[in-house]
Design a protein around this ligand. Structure first.
Ligand SMILES: Cc1ncc(COP(=O)(O)O)c(C=O)c1O
Length: 410
């Protein structure tokens, strides 16, 4: 009998998250899962959805496609997530949901946000695009709020090329989401075949030494629509929903997902070990580090760090073939101007804007070896003058997030 890869994938996800598979629905991309969730929660015209002013533009897009308004809140400097204080200040009688993001795989402090949402009868949606595998107080990221959407796009905690899924906590919402999934149009054979070829190419070609040439090639080919980039060009210039926005998750994607999930725990342990290496290095160099609280076990999709001049640093990294990522180069990544159509007012979110002008990230992927780590550490030591220093007053002391804020980093 032919294996039903889609159902097997759903079950594997449920096992990993510690939930029932009835509560998981699959989508062509994470953003589609968010859109479907908003519709299932009947959030639309006249409603407001709070989200961090440091996200991917496809998130406010989904809110706008549903007819609701995105309301941005500034983030904290070393969690890269919105604080409860900023969220509370943005609440209005029209607020229907709060999106809480696991930026770079860093888990936010959920409890105070959940408490606030309960007090006001507001839904919590976790943007777990970066957060799968991480935990908050021993519970899987994505299972803390009312619902969560996840991404399995190329660079995510595990990849199916493109793809996404949703966890919905209440049986009622879960049923509504499964009904939405059933109505989705299956991906074309051509799409599935092309994605499979790209996944194969990635598996055999992606090595740290080839990181820069492949990244450039991928960006070029996706601009020309030859490979499946994560966004259509219309999504980056307009807030109108593209045609055929919603798509089902394909069989081949499910097969790939199953393969990736079968060794996900080793990958997660590797990411955490690599991040601990970077963290020790940044501590020894007295540089600002992301917040590593006792309440969370971060998934560490990437290790974020701050540089003075991003373009200069990237040029040097490329010359020396050091893999460095540049996600969130804008508060609504990757849109670099004309934010008003997303209802984003540039200048009102100083921390997110500052961080998005200075942040880069180090990779934690499976192919980052000990030898690579030594090269990366040597490169960072050699270029220490290019990295954002800790304020004098904090040097030599354990740094708290609030201290960084007070010291003006952010
Ligand atoms: C923070 C964040 N949220 C949501 C998404 C959307 O995920 P997808 O590409 O699967 O739609 C991304 C994508 O990269 C992201 O970085």
């Amino acid at each position: 009998m032919e294996t039903n890869h889609i159902e097997a994938f759903r079950t594997a996800l449920a096992v990993q998250l510690g939930v029932s598979e009835q509560h998981i629905s699959l989508f062509g991309k994470g953003r589609q899962g968010l859109y479907a969730l908003l519709r299932a929660l009947e959030i639309g015209e006249g409603d407001e959805v709070i989200l961090p002013a440091f996200t991917c533009v496809v998130v406010p897009n989904a809110i706008l496609y549903a007819g609701a308004s995105p309301v941005y809140v500034d983030i904290e400097p070393c969690t890269f997530n919105a604080s409860v204080k900023n969220i509370e200040a943005a609440l209005t009688p029209r607020t229907k949901a709060i999106i809480v993001q696991n930026t770079f795989g860093l888990s936010p402090d959920f409890d105070p946000i959940i408490e606030l949402a309960h007090q006001h009868g507001i839904f919590i949606i976790e943007d777990c695009a970066h957060g799968f595998g991480g935990q908050y107080k021993g519970q899987a990221n994505g299972t803390l709020g009312d619902a969560a959407f996840f991404s399995t796009q190329w660079n995510k905690p595990f990849s199916t090329g493109l793809g996404g899924f949703v966890y919905a906590k209440s049986p009622h919402l879960a049923k509504a989401m499964r009904e939405k999934e059933l109505k989705l149009q299956a991906p074309s054979r051509l799409f599935e075949w092309s994605l499979r070829m790209q996944l194969l190419a990635r598996k055999y070609l992606l090595r740290p030494a080839l990181y820069w040439p492949l990244l450039k090639l991928y960006r070029k080919l996706s601009n020309w629509s030859i490979v499946s980039g994560s966004s259509e060009s219309t999504e980056l210039v307009s807030t109108e929903m593209p045609k055929n926005y919603l798509r089902a998750f394909g069989k081949n994607q499910a097969r790939e997902g199953l393969r990736a999930l079968s060794h996900f725990n080793e990958l997660l342990a590797h990411r955490q070990k690599v991040a601990a290496f970077y963290d020790d290095l940044f501590r020894s160099l007295e540089l600002p580090r992301p917040h590593v609280p006792s309440y969370a076990s971060h998934g560490w999709l990437r290790y974020p760090f701050l540089v003075k001049d991003r373009e200069k640093f990237l040029r040097k990294a490329e010359q020396e073939r050091i893999p460095v990522g540049d996600w969130m180069r804008s508060p609504l990544h990757p849109v670099s101007s004309d934010w008003s159509q997303w209802k984003y007012r540039y200048g009102e979110y100083p921390t997110g804007e500052y961080l998005s002008a200075h942040v880069l990230n180090l990779l934690t992927d499976a192919d980052i070896t000990e030898k690579q780590l030594t090269r990366i550490a040597d490169f960072l030591r050699k270029n220490i003058h290019e990295l954002m220093p800790l304020p004098q007053a904090l040097q030599g002391k354990p740094v708290q997030c609030t201290q960084l804020e007070e010291a003006g980093i952010g």
